[in-house]
Ligand binder design. Structure first.
Ligand SMILES: [Zn+2]
Ligand SMILES: [Zn+2]
Length: 452
């Protein structure tokens, strides 16, 4: 059953049958027609609204492309999104949104669009930052900031959110509830020593006054063809924890290892032993990745090093698995070091992201809306991934879903992965994204509206 569209009063049918018994034959068809009209009026209204909305988005096509190109040409790194923030705030104010609060979590923005009818508050989140990557695309809208590029599609996310704000603000007379727009900086991680991102947005009240009942977001996916939206119910993206290991031995001549403690050998054993967390210590059906990604130690071929430093990342889809793996890393490193007479310490980065878990009920309730906008073939199940997204912090507070927005177009050569110098997005995805998200938010509000 379609939880968003089922507005037909079930008692209509009973009423109709009773009337039919009383009426003469000639009046039955008229009654049937009138009753059908009455019972289906909300559905017809929704269809009409959907058509008007699609037309409104089509009219925005050029300005959406221009807006995305502007963001793309002037990308800014995490916690440095000053211009980006100014452009967004200006646009939201020009649209006449009820509240536009800037300076949330440094350059973040929280804005509220209140509808004329009573109903729930629902949130839409878009992230704002770019990456330290030199663009190699030869396009008119190539990055004007050397060494910085929107290589994760956040320019698309912001443009779609602004498009949704524009379309829905023009429909506020029929909006049952309010939409809260969250423009969030530093999704890719604030510079060392700085704090920002989703958790700070929350700490600074982004989810209060009013508190949204649900939150949605898109993330672009270049592996998904433009015109399609992908979904995962439950764990969709992984937790992310970075670890730093320091193994301290004792320096000695390389020809006399017994006079020292060799931290290189200890580090090598640690690297291998840590893989046994995945292979021997955890339930094999639980996703977990542990990668040691850097090794630094020693400075000459004939001297045993006094210290080796390792860095790496731990990814899981489950908080309990994550906690247990964190404990095992400490245990294994301490055990291996002790077995060799070395010292070891393990430190975890303060930037720690929980798994992105899409609320299964909210996903289920959203699918009919997505299918009405894109058709059945346009809404596809996606595979969970071990990448991470700080959207997860919002989902710890309220039910939330992040959908994948298809931006790939192999026929036009648009297929480069996220976080690469060649990454690009098919701009048709802007129109698709605004249509899908506007309808989804409206359908959500309509289905939870009070006094309808
Ligand atoms: Zn990214
Ligand atoms: Zn991203």
């Amino acid at each position: 059953m379609d939880p968003f569209a089922s507005r037909v009063n079930p008692s209509c049918r009973r009423l109709l049958l009773r009337w039919r018994a009383r009426m003469n034959r000639r009046s039955v068809p008229i009654c049937l027609f009138l009753a059908a009209l009455f019972c289906h009026a909300p559905v017809l209204r929704a269809q009409d609204r959907r058509v008007r909305l699609a037309q409104a988005v089509e009219r925005l096509r050029e300005s959406l492309v221009a807006q995305r190109r502007d963001f793309h040409m002037y990308p800014e790194l995490s916690n440095r999104e000053e211009r980006t923030s100014r452009v967004i705030a200006q646009k939201l104010r020009a649209l006449g949104l009820d509240e536009v609060r800037t300076g949330v979590s440094r350059h973040g923005i929280v804005a509220l669009l209140k509808g004329a009818r009573p109903g729930p508050v629902v949130a839409l989140r878009a992230d704002m930052d770019a990456l330290p990557i030199e663009e190699t695309l030869d396009v008119p809208y190539r990055s004007r900031h050397p060494g910085v590029k929107h290589a994760c599609g956040h320019d698309v996310h912001m443009t779609v959110a602004l498009g949704v704000a524009e379309v829905l603000s023009a429909m506020r007379g029929e909006l049952p509830g309010a939409v809260k727009f969250l423009f969030q900086p530093a999704e890719e991680g604030a510079p060392e020593g700085e704090d920002s991102g989703a958790h700070r947005m929350i700490r600074e009240g982004a989810l209060e006054n009013p508190r949204p009942a649900a939150i949605f977001a898109f993330h672009v996916d270049p592996m998904l063809e433009v015109g399609k939206v992908g979904y995962v119910a439950g764990p969709a993206l992984a937790s992310s924890d970075t670890f730093f290991i320091r193994i301290v031995g004792r320096r000695a001549h390389a020809a006399m290892p017994h006079q020292g403690v060799d931290p290189v050998v200890v580090a090598a054993e640690c690297i291998l032993a840590l893989q046994s967390i995945r292979s021997r210590r955890m339930d094999p059906v639980e996703p977990l990745v542990l990668s040691v990604t850097t090794v630094h130690g020693g400075n000459r071929s004939n001297i045993i090093a006094d210290e080796v430093r390792l860095e790496g990342t731990l990814r899981t889809h489950n908080e309990a698995v994550r906690e247990r793996a964190i404990g095992l890393v400490r245990e294994i490193v301490a055990g291996v070091a002790a077995a060799h007479g070395a010292q070891a310490e393990v430190r975890w980065s303060a930037r720690s992201i929980p798994p992105t878990i899409n609320d299964p009920g909210l996903v289920e309730a959203s699918l009919p809306s997505l299918r009405r906008t894109l058709g059945h073939a346009g809404v596809v199940p996606a595979r969970p991934s071990m990448a991470a997204e700080d959207f997860a912090f919002y989902q710890k507070q309220i039910p939330g879903v992040m959908f994948w927005l298809g931006v790939g177009n192999p026929a036009r050569g648009i297929r480069a992965a996220l976080h690469t110098p060649e990454f690009d997005a098919d701009e048709e995805s802007l129109v698709v994204g605004v249509k899908v998200m506007s309808n989804l938010l409206l359908d959500y509000m309509e289905s939870h509206a009070t006094g309808r």
